[in-house]
Design a protein around this ligand. Structure first.
Ligand code: SF4
Ligand code: MG
Length: 331
C-alpha cells in the first residue's frame, strides 16, 4: 500500500493581465511551482513558510477547491485530477478542510447542529435521526456541551468556534483533513488546547493531516514530518526530529533560529535574513533563495538545486551539499 496522499509535480500559476504593468504581455504569479510530497496514513505533515509562499494555495489545489495548473494528486489510489466534477463530488467526503478564521468560516445564520449536520446531509445517506445522534457524538468528541446544539456561532468563543469547524470537518469521517492555520486566529491561551484536541482526534479517528502553519513552535508540537516552502517551492522536507536537530536548508536554519525557545536551549545565533521575499511573478533564477542566502555561491544564481535525499527521511534543495562546502558526512 502506498501513501494516503501523493502529490506529484503540482503547479498553480495565476495569470495576471495588467496591461499597464506588463505592456499587454501575459504574466503569472507562480504561487505553487512543481512540488512533490506524500503523506502516510495517520501521519501529520506540516507545511511551513512565511505568508505568500504558496502554502494555502497548495492546500486548496490538493483538494481541487482551486484547480491546479498541472500535476497529479493521488488520494488513496485515485488521481483527483483525472476526475470529472461529479466524480470528484463523491470523493469530497474523504477530504475536508479546516480554515484559519473560525469567525468567517461558519455561517452565522445556522445553529451549531445545522452547521455540523450539513456535510452529512450532502455526502451521506444517514437518516435525520442518525445525523442528529452523530452531531451530538461529535460535539462531545470535540469538547462542546450538547446543551449548546441550538446556539448560533456568535454565542461561542473563538476556541469553541474552531471546535465547531473541526466537528463539521469530522462529521463525514474524512480520510484527509487539511488544517489551514487552524490556531493562528486564536488567543495564545487556547491554542494549545485546540492543538491537543486535533492530536487526540487524529488518534481516535485515524486521521491524516496536512497541517499548514507559519508558526514553528506549532510545527514542533504537532508534526511527524515537516515540509518548508519558499516562493512556491518545497526547499526541505524531512522527519521532525531530524529537521529541528539539523535543519539543512539555510532558509530553514533562519526560521528555526527565530524560535525563542530553540535559541535558549541550543544557544543558536539568530540568523537574520537580508531583504524581502522577491515577487512570485518574477522569482530569482537558479535557487529562489539566492537573493537572501548568507551562503550564496555563483552556481546558485544559475542552476536550480533539486530536492535531494541527504539524510534518512530528510531532503533539501541546496547546492551547499552537492556543489559547495557543505559536508554531508558531518550532518
Ligand atoms: Fe543558498 Fe545556494 Fe543553497 Fe540556495 S542553493 S540555499 S542560494 S547555498
Ligand atoms: Mg495562508
Amino acid at each position: 500500500m502506498g501513501p494516503l496522499l501523493q502529490v506529484e509535480g503540482l503547479k498553480k500559476w495565476f495569470s495576471i493581465n495588467d496591461s499597464k504593468l506588463f505592456r499587454g504581455e501575459k504574466h503569472f504569479v507562480k504561487a505553487v511551482d512543481f512540488i512533490d510530497f506524500s503523506i502516510e496514513k495517520g501521519e501529520t505533515l506540516s507545511l511551513v513558510g512565511e505568508s505568500g509562499c504558496g502554502k494555502s494555495t497548495t492546500g486548496r489545489a490538493v483538494l481541487r477547491l482551486i484547480e491546479g495548473t498541472e500535476g497529479k494528486v493521488v488520494l488513496d489510489g485515485v488521481n483527483l485530477y483525472s476526475l470529472k466534477s461529479n466524480e470528484l463530488k463523491k470523493l469530497r467526503k474523504d477530504m475536508q478542510i479546516v480554515f484559519q478564521d473560525p469567525y468567517a468560516s461558519l455561517n452565522p445564520r445556522l445553529k451549531v447542529r445545522q452547521i455540523i449536520e450539513e456535510p452529512m446531509t450532502i455526502h451521506t445517506n444517514l437518516t435525520k435521526k442518525e445525523r442528529t445522534e452523530k452531531v451530538k457524538q461529535i460535539m462531545t468528541d470535540v469538547g462542546l456541551n450538547i446543551m449548546y446544539l441550538d446556539r448560533y456561532p456568535h454565542q461561542f468563543s473563538g476556541g469553541q468556534r474552531q471546535r465547531i469547524g473541526i466537528a463539521r470537518a469530522l462529521a463525514v469521517e474524512p480520510k484527509l483533513i487539511i488544517m489551514d492555520e487552524p490556531v493562528s486566529a486564536l488567543d495564545v491561551s487556547v491554542q494549545a488546547q485546540v492543538l491537543n484536541l486535533i492530536q487526540d482526534l487524529q488518534e481516535k479517528y485515524g486521521l491524516t493531516y496536512l497541517f499548514i502553519t507559519h508558526n514553528l513552535s506549532v510545527v514542533k508540537h504537532i508534526s511527524d514530518r515537516v515540509a518548508v516552502m519558499y516562493l512556491g517551492k518545497i526547499v526541505e522536507i524531512g522527519n521532525k526530529a531530524s529537521f529541528f536537530e539539523t535543519p539543512l536548508h539555510p532558509y530553514s536554519q533562519a526560521l528555526i533560529s527565530a524560535i525563542p525557545e530553540t535559541n535558549r536551549t541550543l544557544k543558536r545565533e539568530r540568523i537574520l535574513l537580508k531583504g524581502d521575499i522577491p515577487s512570485p511573478v518574477d522569482p530569482p533564477e537558479g535557487c529562489r533563495f539566492n537573493t537572501r542566502c548568507p551562503f550564496v555561491m555563483d552556481i546558485c544564481k544559475i542552476l536550480e538545486p533539486p530536492l535531494t535525499l541527504l539524510k534518512e527521511d530528510h531532503y533539501a534543495a541546496c547546492h551547499l551539499y552537492t556543489e559547495g562546502i557543505g559536508d554531508i558526512g558531518k550532518l
